[in-house]
Design a protein around this ligand. Structure first.
Ligand code: ADP
Ligand code: MG
Length: 601
């Protein structure tokens, strides 16, 4: 350990009062970790001052320059100096730290920034003859002098960390720092949709390049938030998300969440706000994961913008210097709010799959050159299999189509054919639907298992000949521990000596099933589970594995009645637009899209 000895050179160490500059530099270490944290503090100050417009400019990833211009209330001349002193704030009087309605309240940002960079504040309030300016350089405050600008405030921060070169070394590339600045501005822009924002990279000098712009929104809050999300997230997000408007135990949740079929490879599209404050809170992010657990494989992540509102006294925002984390008085209630709110909204979405699925499908179909110009050799690869595929179309009821009950009015239409013994082609009122029968059936079995579980456990059926499965010791131990739960899933398993187990009963809904594979799969699931998952999540993960085994295999022929029954069940079953791994169970092509494919429109 490199700890300094309390007794250096044999003499007792002296306790000394640090001067303001040192105290501010230490505070800055917590508040200002990197350029984006400075941007966050300055933009939050502008928003706290009721700005309607906030313009942010930066150079070299924010390392050499950050400038935030607002049209807010401004700071009076005689208060400028105070604004730069530590623990000086206009936002609270200190009597009630739990009743906070502003972004800032600690009075630390400006003195901290002044301690680690060259800071200039120019500000003018309504009714003042002119603006005034104050500068601070490495903690040295210069006298206030007159300046020119309209009502509002400009804060310019040059050469961040020049006074603390050690910190400079920890900064990442300009690109990475710019990325972090953009992320901070976008998050704040989401929380304040009625405020207009611009972000400019002026590294090259001059006006620079606008890297982000969000015009002030109007209308009711939902419209305003959605409008703002459109300018921040990919434009398809709006069509591929469900709206949340949920309340529980005094907490409310609103916002938008993506359909499971619209997911990302990393948790980068997750925006959470508590009483308007952007947070990156582990508890809340974990709850989002839990809510989608059922619909997405582990490596996929939903895109969400969730706004939690509650009485400010129910949440402590003063647990993190940069206020990125919060502490709820009742963390379980916050988790339940998110999980139930999201599930409720996703259930409402029924069998809806995302439009990006159809778009991607069309993209794959669409020949790159017009069809009529192509000869056999120049056909794009994607086109060829489609052609040969249709040559092998198998219908199980040729000659009866005319007689089949017409169900084209139903959302998933009437089954017309089965191709490659795995895809159902159905005709809808204004298009066609292609269903992956295996994926769809897996989802139906899963939802049914869950419903049975919720009532009185899954019905089981005895195997004529019990199956013996040889396991590793760890697998056996994990399985034995889970036996009471597995029995509720309709799986009756006994120890068989050594590391072998014997399967006596399997879930009836699965029909004839390969019990050995089923048990091995459950062992895999048990070994994958980590103890941070809730019991509910663990149960659902196992059910999802079980469901996989009872699903109609790809490669099974289906009769028309059976196919139509599947379509009707999908319509009636929640979440049937995606399989348990978040892949779509069907794609829909509108007639208009098909006509476009053939160049008819
Ligand atoms: P805090 O935001 O926690 O109060 P700061 O150090 O960030 O602490 O700011 C100190 C004070 O300076 C604020 O309380 C506010 O009165 C004033 N201030 C800072 N920035 C602005 C701004 N852009 N417009 C108006 N007033 C501001
Ligand atoms: Mg502040």
């Amino acid at each position: 350990m490199n700890k300094p000895s309390p007794n250096i050179m044999g003499s007792r160490p002296q306790i000394k009062q640090l001067d303001d500059a040192a105290a501010n530099r230490i505070a800055a270490g917590e508040v200002v970790e990197r350029p984006s944290s400075a941007v966050k503090e300055l933009v939050e100050n502008a928003l706290d001052a009721d700005a309607k417009r906030v313009d942010v400019a930066y150079a070299d990833g924010g390392k050499t320059l950050i400038r935030v211009v607002d049209d807010g209330l401004g700071i009076a001349h005689d208060q400028l100096q105070l604004a730069l002193s530590r623990h000086a704030t206009s936002k609270i009087d200190g009597s009630d730290l739990l009743n906070i309605h502003t972004f800032g309240f600690r009075g630390e940002a400006l003195p901290s920034l002044g301690a680690v960079g060259r800071l200039t504040i120019t500000s003018r309030i309504e009714g003042a003859d002119s603006a005034a300016e104050i500068s601070v350089n490495g903690g040295q405050v210069l006298p206030v002098k007159p300046a020119a600008r309209g009502v509002g405030t400009t804060v310019e921060l040059n050469d961040l960390f020049h006074a603390t070169p050690a910190r400079l070394k920890f900064l990442r590339t300009d690109r990475a720092e710019s990325q972090a600045i953009t992320d901070v501005v976008k998050r704040l822009a989401m929380s304040e949709p009625y405020v207009g924002f611009t972000l400019r990279d002026i590294s090259g000098g001059g006006q620079g390049r606008v890297t982000f712009r969000a015009d002030a929104q109007s209308g009711d809050l939902f419209d305003a938030v959605l409008g703002r999300l459109r300018s921040i997230l990919a434009s398809e997000f709006a069509e591929n998300s469900v709206r949340l408007d949920f309340e529980r135990e005094g907490l409310s949740l609103h916002g938008y969440a993506s359909l499971p079929t619209y997911s990302r490879g990393a948790a980068i599209g997750q925006y959470l706000f508590v009483n308007g404050r952007p947070v990156k809170d582990r508890l809340l992010l974990g709850a989002v994961r839990g809510a989608y657990f059922d619909f997405l494989s582990r490596d996929r992540h939903p895109v969400v913008a969730l706004f939690i509102e509650c009485d400010p006294t129910l949440v402590d925002v003063n647990v993190h210097p940069a206020k990125a984390e919060v502490r709820f008085r009742d963390p379980a209630a916050a988790r339940t709010l998110i999980v139930s709110g999201l599930r409720h909204a996703l259930t409402g979405a029924g069998h809806r799959a995302s439009t990006t699925v159809a778009d991607a499908t069309l993209g794959a179909f669409r020949p790159e050159t017009p069809v009529y110009q192509m000869d056999q050799q120049s056909r794009p690869a994607a086109f060829t299999p489609v052609q040969s595929g249709f040559a092998e179309v198998q219908t199980d009821y040729s000659g009866r189509v005319e007689e089949a009950p017409v169900e084209v009015d139903a959302p998933l239409g009437a089954a017309r054919a089965q191709v490659h013994e795995n895809y159902i082609i159905a005709q809808t009122k204004d298009g066609m639907v292609i269903v992956d029968q295996h994926a769809a059936h897996e989802r139906l079995v899963y939802e049914k298992l869950k419903a049975q579980m919720a009532v009185n456990g899954v019905a089981s059926q005895a195997l004529l000949l019990p199956e013996v499965v040889e396991l590793s010791e760890n697998e056996r131990l994990a399985l034995i521990e889970a036996l009471p739960t597995l029995t509720k899933f309709g799986l009756v398993i006994e120890e068989f000596g050594g590391n072998a187990v014997c399967v006596r009963e399997t879930p009836a809904i699965l029909g004839e099933v390969n019990a050995i594979n089923l048990v091995r799969d459950i062992c895999d699931e048990l070994s994958d589970q980590d103890n941070t998952q809730t019991v509910q999540d663990q149960i659902e993960a196992i059910l999802s594995r079980v469901a996989c085994h009872g699903s109609i295999r790809s490669g099974r022929r289906m009769q028309a009645e059976e196919m139509n029954a599947l379509l009707r069940k999908m319509e009636a079953t929640p979440h049937s637009g995606q399989c348990n791994h978040g892949r779509p169970t069907y794609v829909e092509l509108k007639l208009a899209d098909i006509e476009r494919l053939f160049g008819r429109t």
